[in-house]
Ligand binder design. Sequence first.
Ligand code: NAP
Length: 244
Amino acid sequence: MSKILLVTGGSRGIGAGIARMAGRDGYDVAVNYNKSKAEADAVVADIKRHGQRAIAIQADVSREAEILRLFETVDRELGRLTAFVNNAGIIASVGRLEDFSFADIARSFDVNATGPLFCAREAVRRMAKKFGGAGGAVVNIASAATTLGSANEFIHYAASKAAMDALTYGLSKEMALEGVRVNAVSPGYIETEIHYDGREAKILPNIPMQRAGTTAELAETVMFLLSEKASYVTGSILRVSGGR
Ligand code: NAP
C-alpha cells in the first residue's frame, strides 16, 4: 500500500524538512503552503528526485473552506491519506500579554489551534476504519512553549499551541481502536525563520545542550512517530529541545 502524507506549512522550516525526509522514506507527499509558492515547488522537486509523487497545494489553514479544498485536492491527486503532519503555525507578534491586540490573539488561535483541530478532523475522516479508511498516523507539531509559557515573548502563541497537546491526548483515545495513532512532537528552539532577530543569542544560555536544533533532527523524530516502528506509541508528546 502506498504511503500518502500531507504536511501543512510544508514550504519552509520544519514542515519543509519533514516533507523532504518523507520523500526519502518512500512517502508520496502533499506540500501545503500559504504564501511561499516558490519554496513549496522546490520541496516538491526534491521529493520527486526520490521517485515519489509530490504536489504543492496553496491553502490558508485558518479557513474552513480552504482546509476542505486542501484535503479534497489530496484525495483527488494522490489518493487516501495514510499520514498527516499538522505543522503550519505562526508567532503573530512579540511582546508582553499586556501589549497584544485582540486581533493578534485571535490570529494565533485561528492558525495554531482552530485550523489544526479542523485539519485533524479531516485527516481522521479519511484514515479511521469507521469511515472506510485503512488507518494511519497523525503527528501534531506542538511546542515546548506550552510548558515554558513564553513570558515576555509570546504568551498568546504558547497558549494557542497548548491546543496541540490536548488534541493529541484526546484524539489518540478516540482513534485507538480506529487504526489511527496520534502523537505530537514538541520542539524547543529549532533554527528556522519563525524567530525574531537576535532570539538565538538570548535563548542559547537556557538550552542545556547549548545549541539550536536542526529541522533534520526534528524531522527524524516525526518520521519515527509516523512509521510502524512506533506501532504501540499513541497519545505521546515527544520533546525535541536539547534538554530545555
Ligand atoms: P516557519 O519557518 O515560519 O514556517 C512556517 C510554515 O507554516 C511555512 O511553510 C508557512 O507557509 C506555513 N504557514 C504559516 N501560516 C500558514 C497558514 N495560515 N496556512 C498554511 N500554511 C501556513 O516556522 P517553523 O519554525 O518551521 O514552524 C513550524 C511549526 O513548528 C509551527 O507550528 C511552530 O509553532 C512549531 N514550532 C517551531 C519551533 C521553532 O523553534 N522553529 C519551536 C516550537 C514549535 P508560507 O510561507 O507558505 O506562508
